[in-house]
Design a protein around this ligand. Structure first.
Ligand SMILES: Cc1cc2nc3c(=O)[nH]c(=O)nc-3n(C[C@H](O)[C@H](O)[C@H](O)COP(=O)(O)OP(=O)(O)OC[C@H]3O[C@@H](n4cnc5c(N)ncnc54)[C@H](O)[C@@H]3O)c2cc1C
Length: 432
């Protein structure tokens, strides 16, 4: 890259590397700032089937398969004993494969970066520094950062893209507020050996509603990723360090204590807080934010990597399919980003909507109602068939295939309103 670049991306996570590859495929000169601060352990290990489509677009599925666990579906276990198994259907979900993968995150990010490098994207190992700019460039690289990056040849890129994740690098500098979610949770997680996943089929991810909060168990090659998400006040009652809290929380929950007896922790414990937030603004003159830098709803149902990579895909198709000239047309660029923003906000809203059914217990109540109906009316009666149809819709929604479907959302809302009789109340099943 002798004469500088058209576009500089800050952050080499899933959003940054996906977008860099796609833009390079279109012929743009792309540079990625990678601060190389990736820890050995990272959340984002359970993927939706819709991510496999994006892997295929990048041509990396075979490489990912090598170090990942095949994921056939998800189970939900409830402290009261109820268990719900969702398996991706036998046939592909529309154009989307009927499976996904559980991935060790650092390896996955490495493959994404490797692919971008093969395509010719330039990576520079340094932390990008930005400052407030002027009218046509609302945010810019600091002079020091420009000078220290010879690959830029002293020229500021036409467009800066914030893919720096939850730090929301540009939004923070520009003091753009974010909408925060309503939960006051903290997540602790680590990798274990000798911890039973209790999957019904190998690779199935198991989410459990506990006495306090909820947990994930994600089977990875030769280890199990275990995470607990609890209210911050509850966490404080379980010790003072992250290690003490995770171990004590596991031992205090009957659902996990048995399967975790004899467990051996083989990684450090990571902590995540304040992750539910969506930025009030996606773009401005000379910049746009993608992935977590724009927003993240909640880890329940694992939408994060899909949202980050899908957003990169959307920006590529909706904005940059127009070719290099779009970079010199600020109005066209802004219009394209507005379309992407509207679609992404609808995605966030749809995920928040379906996830709420899991937090407030209605999903378990609906399942129980289905079982009651089948006993009362038999397998071919209308109520039972309705429940079956609803299960199919829910599977499609939680897989990312039809999360935004108005029909699906309406149907689930109808079921939650009218089909919950002779069951425990949603309150009984809710995440506390
Ligand atoms: C508790 C929890 C559990 C989760 N579980 C899942 C799950 O099972 N499945 C799933 O799909 N998602 C999950 N997620 C979400 C997922 O981790 C994120 O949505 C995803 O990582 C977003 O990708 P990204 O590329 O936007 O950001 P990131 O992955 O955060 O990447 C940002 C990159 O930018 C770099 N960076 C930051 N600042 C700079 C700078 N100034 N200069 C250069 N580089 C910089 C960082 O080091 C990092 O490499 C979970 C999230 C949480 C909080």
């Amino acid at each position: 890259m002798k004469g500088g670049c058209d576009i500089a991306i800050v952050g080499a996570g899933p959003a940054g590397c996906t977008l860099a590859s796609l833009l390079k495929m279109r012929g743009f000169e792309v540079l990625v700032f990678d601060d190389d601060k990736r820890p050995d352990l990272l959340v984002g290990e359970s993927l939706l089937p819709t991510v496999v489509n994006l892997m295929r677009r990048l041509g990396i599925e075979d490489r990912v398969k090598e170090f990942s666990t095949y994921k056939p579906g998800v189970a939900f276990m409830h402290r009261g004993g109820l268990r719900l198994d969702f398996f991706f259907p036998e046939k592909a979900l529309g154009k989307t494969p009927n499976y996904s993968y559980n991935i060790p995150r650092p390896e996955f990010d490495n493959v994404l970066r490797e692919r971008a490098e093969e395509l010719g994207v330039t990576f520079v190992k340094r932390r990008a520094a930005v400052e407030k700019g002027d009218g046509e460039r609302e945010i810019r690289l600091t002079q020091e950062c420009l000078d220290d990056t010879p690959e830029l040849a002293g020229k500021h890129p036409k467009l800066l893209i914030d893919c720096a994740g939850r730090v929301r690098l540009f939004a923070r500098e520009l003091k753009i507020p974010a909408k925060r979610g309503g939960r006051n949770d903290v997540a602790y997680f680590a990798h274990f050996e000798n911890f039973d996943a209790e999957s019904s089929k190998d690779g199935q991810v198991v989410l459990s509603v506990l006495n306090h909060g909820w947990s994930w168990r994600i089977p990875l090659p030769e280890r199990l990723s275990v995470g607990l998400v609890v209210n911050k006040d509850v966490a404080k009652e379980h010790g003072s360090t992250a290690e003490e809290r995770l171990e004590s929380l596991i031992d205090s929950e009957p659902i996990l204590q048995g399967p975790g007896q004899g467990r051996k922790r083989v990684s450090e414990v990571m902590t995540y807080t304040n992750y539910q937030l969506i930025s009030d603004r996606l773009h401005g003159p000379g910049w746009v934010a993608v992935g977590d830098a724009h927003g993240f709803v909640d880890p329940m149902l694992s939408p994060g990597l899909f949202m980050a990579m899908h957003m990169a895909d959307l920006i590529d198709r909706k904005v940059f399919a127009a070719g290099a000239k779009v970079l010199d047309r600020p109005e066209q660029l802004a219009k394209g980003f507005e379309k992407v923003e509207a679609e992404m906000l609808d995605w966030h809203d749809s995920w928040a909507n379906i996830i709420e059914y899991f937090y407030d217990g209605r999903i378990f109540s609906m399942y129980e109602a289905g079982a009651v109906m089948s006993e009362l009316y038999g397998k071919w009666a209308l109520p039972f068939l309705m429940e079956k149809h609803m299960s199919k819709q829910i599977t499609r929604m939680v897989s990312g295939v039809s999360t935004r479907s108005r029909y699906g959302r309406g149907l689930v809302a109808f079921g939650a309103k009218h089909l919950l009789w002779k069951t425990e109340t949603p309150e009984f099943y809710s995440v506390r």
